[in-house]
Write a protein of this length. Structure first.
Length: 278
């Protein structure tokens, strides 16, 4: 296939190579297809694509609202709308875009919204960028990411377990940070299953995360390849138990790394290609 991936360029140089459009592009190329990334901020932006020349167009999550995203309603090529942040924006704006643009399907990262013209397409990670790097795990527990509404729990974990906070750490520095933790703590926002789940597993670090009813569908099993919690007491209890049991935490980390291989961009895109061929 000849694939066009539409997404604005990243605003942070350190994180640009980790952007979804480039991860997806590498995955399509891995499977033997041609993939072009185009959108606001890319070097080829002034060169308007010949949309009809592509076998597949993917309009990936875009955050710039200046009106640059093209109207593809009259383009006959198969078109997919990839929704990542419906848990924040709600589903209505994606349904509107899909209807007005005559998209064939929405790839939906938020499972609660599946079925409204969409199929579940969970978040994933790029195993070429995110992996164990062999460094010493010098921090018992850490969190790498934006605080958002996690502040209360972060402060508690700082007080109780000396949590290492790496806020606004991105790109290669993020990979280094997650690799330096024995446990990477996570709290999904609302109904989201965020990237941190898969990035942590892919680094071979023990994941301690707020529970989701959809984890089982992803192969995530509490006490086997991750640790999940439903309340504060359970969160602290499981963290303390793991930190006091070196063999247990190593087993969780190793099993998590094995599971992570099922949640790479290569796997996601490979499954998508198979579905499109069917």
């Amino acid at each position: 296939m000849n694939v066009l991936i539409i997404q604005e360029n990243g605003r942070h140089d350190g994180n640009r190579n980790f952007r979804e459009c480039f991860c997806a592009q590498r995955a399509f190329i891995h499977h033997g297809h041609t993939a072009t990334v185009w959108g606001l901020g890319h070097s080829n932006y002034e060169e308007r694509p010949d949309y009809q020349s592509y076998d597949l167009i993917i309009n990936l999550e875009n955050y710039d609202e200046t009106g640059w995203v093209p109207d593809l309603s009259k383009v006959q090529t198969k078109k997919l709308l990839w929704s990542i942040d419906a848990h924040v924006k709600g589903i209505e704006c994606y349904l509107k875009t899909a209807q007005e643009g005559n998209y064939d399907l929405i790839l939906q990262a938020t499972p609660e919204f599946v079925g409204q013209g969409s199929t579940w397409f969970p978040n994933c990670y790029d195993d070429e960028l995110i992996k164990p790097i062999g460094c010493e795990k010098i921090h018992d527990i850490g969190f790498c990411g934006n605080i958002v509404n996690r502040g209360q729990l972060i402060n508690l974990l700082k007080q109780e377990l000396n949590l290492k906070l790496d806020e606004f750490v991105i790109g290669d520095k993020m990979v280094e940070a997650i690799n330096s933790y024995k446990i990477h703590w996570n709290a999904n926002i609302g109904i989201d299953i965020n990237y941190r789940n898969f990035e942590t597993l892919g680094c071979g670090t023990c994941l301690l995360t707020s529970n989701s009813p959809h984890y089982a569908s992803l192969g995530m099993v509490d006490g086997k390849n991750c640790l999940t919690y439903n309340n504060v007491e359970e969160m602290l209890e499981k963290a303390r138990f793991a930190l006091g049991n070196e063999a247990f935490i190593a087993s969780i980390s190793n099993n998590g790394l094995v599971l992570a291989q099922e949640h790479t961009y290569k796997k996601r895109i490979g499954s998508l290609i198979q579905d499109l061929e069917i």
